[in-house]
Design a protein around this ligand. Structure first.
Ligand code: SF4
Length: 246
């Protein structure tokens, strides 16, 4: 039987730039490939021939490693980034849940951080999450607004995913822009409230140089609406872009 392998874009140490764990130091494993095609996506769609691995944590010196990689190769590179100083290991992408079999082998090898495994996901693959749930500690889940991402609706997938994910430390992220439709934001709120009082982050689409593409008045109005139904609703852009972190 061939060993499980996965293509990665990069392995590096930086701060979390989004969501309620903003600023925490993490080791990022950025997986290649995604099942969606969001219009605002800033991750390359092609599978790269090499994974960039940061040789020393946070120093931005990279070495190229051939793709795809085995779980033991990835775990060994993570160990060299000094997990003990890190809050958690972020599984990000792309969509990391496309590599569930690989992750089932990899995660038990990832030890030493303070809070374990942090999954960043588009929230559309509930069957994959069900397999990985016992091994994940924190989940940052997107609910995709179809009109903003310019994709087909994923409400059913999101509902099934949210129910499973709510058994973990979870927050939901809504990426919004000037084009976002009020009725889709209401549908997302309805969905979240049907599962529980889950922390929500409203994240304005952010340009590559770190400028939010959303009128602040619009964002605060949507936050007011969400705060009528949820107790923790924050407006947080992608901060790593303007802070200059990876
Ligand atoms: S889910 Fe994330 S990685 Fe996938 S296309 Fe959308 S923004 Fe890009």
């Amino acid at each position: 039987m061939s060993p499980r392998v996965a293509p990665l874009i990069e392995i590096f140490s930086s701060i979390q730039g989004e969501g309620i764990w903003l600023g925490c130091r993490q080791i990022f494993l950025r997986f290649a490939g995604c099942n969606l095609t969001c219009s605002y996506c800033d991750t390359p769609r092609d599978i790269p021939p090499h994974c960039r691995w940061e040789v020393r944590p946070g120093q931005r010196e990279f070495m190229l490693l051939p793709n795809p990689m085995t779980p033991h190769e990835v775990a060994s590179k993570v160990r060299e980034l000094n997990p003990v100083i890190h809050h958690s290991i972020s599984l990000t992408g792309g969509e990391p849940l496309l590599h569930t079999s690989f992750l089932l082998e990899l995660i038990p090898l990832l030890k030493g951080t303070r809070r374990g495994v942090y999954l960043e996901t588009n929230g559309t693959l509930p069957d994959s999450l069900a397999q990985l749930l016992p091994f994940v500690d924190i989940i940052a889940m997107d609910i995709k607004l179809p009109g903003t991402a310019n994709i087909l609706p994923c409400w059913q997938e999101h509902r099934a995913f949210l129910k499973l994910a709510s058994t973990k430390h979870l927050f939901v992220k809504l990426v919004v822009s000037e084009e976002s439709k009020q009725e889709e934001i209401e549908m997302a709120l309805e969905l979240i409230c049907s599962v529980g009082d889950i922390p929500l982050v409203i994240q304005p689409v952010t340009t590559p140089d770190g400028k939010p593409r959303l009128n602040p008045q619009k964002a605060i109005t949507w936050q007011s609406r969400a705060l009528e139904r949820l107790s923790d609703v924050r407006i947080i852009p992608q901060t790593h872009k303007f802070l200059g972190y990876l």
